[in-house]
Design a protein around this ligand. Structure first.
Ligand SMILES: Nc1ncnc2c1ncn2[C@@H]1O[C@H](COP(=O)(O)OP(=O)(O)OP(=O)(O)O)[C@@H](O)[C@H]1O
Ligand SMILES: [Mg+2]
Length: 198
């Protein structure tokens, strides 16, 4: 793929007119295929979980910070309701951040000029992270498919974000679920992670 892309971009530099445009399309499409392949390999690959004890709110803050430019780009406001202050949890922080990143970035992509709320709380034998948005909502007939690999309604989506998030949450013996209102709008994703005794 890298060599196809490389040669296409050399052709693009040398060619003129229509042919130059065709070479540009080849480079652009190769770049898109590379992205898709990266997602698929990330999904297929077995990852070893490396657990650490970390503050739950820090995990949420790190994800919010990573996406702050993207919230601004769509005119969305991020609201924090991080009630789980001082609450530590033993997880693979990088994997859980990846899961949460996928959920929060979906919320942002579904919302324009609205609000994304990230909340954390303690529950009986576990913690909950909830991500709500005021976005377009999810059709009833789609709601049971959103966690399936390759299910997407976005023109540029691969449909792996939620499948990966679900896999990661289940690796931690947790649960992920979604509720939505359509066509009124607004969706809520809930991630439950158990705290194990002993
Ligand atoms: N917060 C949300 N609001 C509305 N629809 C959503 C939301 N989150 C997920 N979806 C729906 O679920 C589908 C699957 O989401 P998923 O993250 O798995 O894939 P994607 O975002 O389409 O592509 P990718 O994450 O691979 O770039 C989306 O295409 C969209 O239809
Ligand atoms: Mg996604």
């Amino acid at each position: 793929m890298v060599s196809v892309g490389g040669f296409a971009s050399r052709l693009e530099d040398r060619l003129e007119g229509n042919l130059k445009e065709y070479a540009r399309i080849i480079s652009k499409e190769v770049a898109r295929l590379e992205e898709i392949l990266k997602d698929i390999l990330g999904f297929v690959k077995e990852v070893r979980i490396v657990k650490k004890t970390v503050p739950l709110n820090e995990v949420a803050e790190d994800v919010i910070e990573l996406l702050s430019a993207e919230f601004a780009e769509r005119g969305n406001t991020l609201v924090r309701k991080l009630d789980a202050s001082g609450l530590d949890i033993t997880i693979d922080p990088n994997r859980i951040k990846e899961a949460l990143l996928n959920v929060v970035s979906n919320a942002n992509q579904a919302t324009d000029g609205g609000t994304i709320t990230v909340s954390t709380s303690a529950e009986d034998r576990g913690v909950v992270v909830e991500v709500s948005d005021t976005g377009c909502g999810i059709r009833d007939e789609d709601l049971h498919r959103i966690f399936d690999p390759f299910f997407t309604t976005r023109p540029t989506g691969t449909g792996l974000g939620l499948a990966i998030a679900k896999r990661i949450v289940e690796e931690h013996d947790g649960k992920i679920s979604a509720t939505s209102r359509y066509p009124a709008g607004g969706s809520t994703f809930r991630i439950f992670l158990p705290i194990k005794e002993g």
